[in-house]
Structure formats: C-alpha cells, structure tokens
Design a protein around this ligand. Structure first.
Ligand code: CAA
Length: 387
C-alpha cells in the first residue's frame, strides 16, 4: 500500500476541507440546537458532488475511488456528523447497491436524481424488534398482480422522513430465513408509507431519523433490487460501504477533537501558563493524535482494498470498530481538555461527544463488528454457536 495520496486525492481532500469549514461548520451548532434538518445545506453538499461520490459518471456520480470518497467524508464528518450521515446513507447505503445490483433501467432512473440531490434515499433494514439480527425480518412482502405488497414497520431510519426513495428489506417466505429476503425500491409517495420523526435523541440533532409504518405499500415488479433471496446479501453489501463511510466520518471527529483541543490548550491560561504546557494535558493530546492516526490508517486500508476489488468485510469492520470507539474517546477527552467550556456548545467538542455516541451503535454495534472479526479469525460463528 502506497501511503502517498495522488495529486488529485490531495486536491479533492483540500477542497472538501475548505468547503466544509466555509459552508458546513458555521451552521452545525445552530442546526443542532434547533433540531433542524438543513435541506439548503444538503443541496450545497450535493452541488459539490458528494452525494453519490462513488457512483460512475455515466449515472450522474463523481466517479471517485473509495480512498478519495473516504477523504471527503472525513472532512464532512469533522464539520458536522448530521450532514455526514446524509452523505453516508445516500452514497453508501443506497447508491452503492443500486450501482451493483440494479438493472440499467433502475440505475438510469434513480441514480442521477440521488447524485444531484434532487431526491434523498434511505435504507430501511432495522425494525423495532430486528436490530443486530438483521436476517430476522418481520416485514412481509406478498406477491400480488404486477408486483408486491409490503406490511410491517421500520425503525431508526436516517433520512426516513425526507427520502423519496426507500430501500426496504422484507421477508417473502419466513420458511426460507435470510434466503427469503428481498430488497425493494419503494417510492415513499406510495400510499401506506408513513414515516414519523423520532424525538429525544442524544445527538445528531441536525439529522433526520424516522420510524416507518408500511401498511399495504404497493411496489411494482420492476422495482425489486436484485432477486428474491438476494436481499440479505444486498443489505450486507450496503453495510460494507456504509461502515466504511461511518468510520471515515469518525476520523473527522477524532481530528476535530484534536484540533480544537490543541487550539484551546494553547489559548487557555492557568497557573500563569497555557494549559498546553502541562504534561497531563499533553498526554491527552498525544493519545488523541495516536488514535486519530490509527483510525485514519485503518480507513485508508479498507478503502485501498475496496479500490483493489479485494475482500474487505473484516478490514471494514476493524476500521468501523476502531474509528467509532476512537471518536467517542477523543470527543470525551477533548471535553476534558476544555474543562467547563467543553460542556456547552460554544465549542464543537460538546456536539462531537453527543454525535459520536451513535456511531458505535448504528450500522452494526461494536459488538457486531467484534463478532465479524472474531468469526474471521477463528472460523467459528459466535452468533450461532451450535451451527
Ligand atoms: N457481503 C455479502 N454477503 C454477505 C456479507 C457481506 N459482507 N456478510 C454475509 N453475507 C452473506 C453470507 O455469505 C451468507 O450468504 P449465503 O447464505 O449465500 O451463504 C448470508 O449473507 C448470511 O450470512 P451470515 O450467516 O453471516 O448471517 P448472520 O445472520 O450470521 O448475520 C451479521 C451476520 C454480521 C450479524 C449481520 O446480521 C449484521 O451485520 N448485523 C448487524 C446489522 C446492522 O448493521 N444493522 C444496522 C442497520 S443500518 C442503520 O444503522 C440505520 C441507518 O439509517 C444508518
């Protein structure tokens, strides 16, 4: 692996950083305070080509490789995790699998609208009683004349209230287990698709999160993504991309925590000296730097494997596990460096802390990532010990 970024990657990264600092960061605090999903800002992010960054140009995407995409996501994540979630869901969870499993008609219909930001997408896998055990889908798909009808409910769906397209996973035949699951491209304007906002979240106040009722929602035959039985594989493929994107965003939180801590520690005077001159403060800063570097290297490795077309599920889980835990840790330490000033939202570290917390939960908890890594190392499926 070559650690040197290409000139183009450096240019895209620096442009993303400049854009995120100029356009995203200044709005992050107020959007968080006001629990505002900033559609105007989403439109600006779309204009930059970040929604659908990895989608080939012929379908309206930016045609970026995964390493470059990760560099962009890091910069967006450093500025605002709520906006980074929009990029991750749209690009990784939704677009990446339409590119991989979609028919030409589906790709030409959906991808240009998603990449331009004209519409948003969401990924409806999780259900009230189906989280980590994603294969245990309770939502049912029943075959009818000309298509399918969906019944069930979904939970914790990012972009769920604002999406025009929902990737909905549903069971066609419970006897088949995960081999009965199918993925549907659902137009959310269809009757029976009823999203509701989820209130009271700890963080990600600028992100949209929904529960969704699916009451007899019709999906035409040609809007199944892949085939019956491919749904679970499609969900896992989405998550291989989504977990990478979450990890990259968390590198941004780590870097932001470090940058803010260094700045504050050099300004803040105690005992007649800047607190940066104290060894215990420097120890916190040094540990943040080490975790930030390690997280970034793991993300780069996963991206490099993806670009090389090599297996990367385990390495993606390693990056996701480490980077998300590091983000929570760094944000917490950054508040410690800031003292009381870090406990209010005058500094971004307060938001980093609240927003980072969900990243070890969504797109697979830290425990699920450890199961995937442990299974790869031992060859034993700890989730089904008797299998
Ligand atoms: N890519 C492609 N296929 C994969 C795969 C991958 N990464 N991982 C597994 N599969 C395939 C397997 O090859 C297998 O296929 P065959 O039957 O053809 O052999 C099939 O899927 C079943 O695999 P497993 O036996 O490994 O499945 P499992 O039931 O043991 O589950 C799991 C594995 C890793 C625990 C999985 O259920 C999982 O990832 N759970 C966590 C779910 C999750 O991340 N949810 C978050 C939802 S998104 C979200 O957070 C909301 C949001 O809006 C951000």
């Amino acid at each position: 692996m070559d650690f040197e970024l290409t000139d183009e990657q450096v240019l895209v990264r620096d442009t993303a950083r400049e854009f995120a600092e100029r356009e995203i960061a200044p709005r992050a605090r107020d959007n968080s305070r006001n629990q505002h999903f900033d559609t105007a800002l989403v439109a600006r992010i779309a204009e930059q080509g970040y929604l659908g960054a990895i989608v080939p140009r012929e379908y309206g995407g930016a045609g970026l490789d995964y390493v470059t995409y990760g560099l962009v996501v890091e910069q967006v994540g450093r500025a605002c995790s709520a906006m980074r979630t929009v990029v991750s869901v749209q690009t990784s969870l939704v677009c990446s699998v339409i590119v991989k499993f979609g028919t030409e008609e589906q790709k030409h219909h959906w991808l240009p609208q998603l990449c331009s930001g004209d519409i948003l997408g969401c990924f409806a896998l999780t259900e009230p009683d189906t989280g980590s055990d994603a294969a245990n889908q309770k939502t049912r798909a029943t075959r009818v004349d000309g298509g399918w009808r969906l019944h069930g409910s979904k939970m914790w769906i990012s972009n769920g209230n604002v999406a025009k397209l929902a990737l909905v996973f549903a069971q066609t035949d419970p006897a088949l287990g995960h081999k009965g699951i199918a993925c549907f491209l659902v137009d959310t304007d269809q009757e029976g698709f009823v999203p509701s906002p989820i209130h009271g979240k700890m963080g990600m106040h600028g992100a949209d999160t929904a529960s969704i009722a699916l009451d007899d929602v019709f999906v035409p035959e040609d809007q199944m993504l892949g085939e019956v039985g491919q749904g679970f594989k499609i969900a896992m493929t989405s998550l291989d991309s989504g977990r990478y994107s979450v990890a990259a965003g968390c590198v941004g939180i780590c870097q932001g925590s470090l940058d803010e801590s260094v700045k504050y520690a050099k300004e803040r005077q105690q005992f007649g000296r800047p607190i940066a001159s104290f060894q215990l403060v420097q120890a916190m800063i040094a540990d943040m730097r080490v975790k930030t570097d390690a997280a970034r290297m793991l993300v780069l490795r996963a991206g490099w494997l993806k670009d090389a077309g090599r297996p990367n599920t385990t390495e993606t889980s390693i990056a996701k596990l480490f980077a998300t835990e590091a983000a929570v840790w760094c944000a917490n330490e950054a508040i410690q460096v800031h003292g009381g000033a870090g406990y209010v939202d005058d500094h971004p570290v307060e938001r980093y802390f609240r927003d980072s917390r969900v990243t070890t939960l969504y797109e697979g908890t830290s425990q699920i990532q450890k199961m995937i890594i442990g299974r790869a190392e031992t060859g034993i499926n700890a989730l089904v010990p008797d299998a």
